[in-house]
Design a protein around this ligand. Sequence first.
Ligand SMILES: [Zn+2]
Length: 186
Amino acid sequence: MARALVLVDVQRDFCPGGSLATERGNEVAGLIGAYQLSHASDYGVVVATQDWHIDPGAHFSDTPDFIDSWPVHCVADSDGAQIQEKVRTDLIDEFFRKGEHTAAYSGFEGTSAGDGTPLADWLRSRGIDSLDIAGIATDHCVRATALDALKQGFRVRILTRLCSAVAEKSGDAALEEMHAAGAQLV
Ligand SMILES: [Zn+2]
């Protein structure tokens, strides 16, 4: 069996300069790009998830509460939905898009840009049983992706230095929650 690197939502809108920026977004994107080069041989496959909204209903709001509603972000095909340029997209095997018509925090709600295969099926069909997860945001989509991965029976490690949170306090709480659910923090 083999390990996959799962890069969650490292998209321009979640980085400084974007519409829903996390403070460490660009820093984390740079660290991820370097990590992809230095750790390429550790992984059977590398995948990336993308928030990819067309009309996600109440997920978007002009008066967002930053809990359940958010400023407009990651509109399908927009610049803001693109993977941050420091990430090595040439070293990513497949992209999984989620949230066209709904809020979708977990990467496991995503389907492949190629043929629409759900993420869990795509990974299992390649013999993957362990995941290293990194990306944005620690307290939302990384958290939801990791908790779903554990429910689906994958072994999970969180690459904590390569994750960026919306807020430090909720990011730390999310790491504790992922750890309590069975994820290893590295
Ligand atoms: Zn979203």
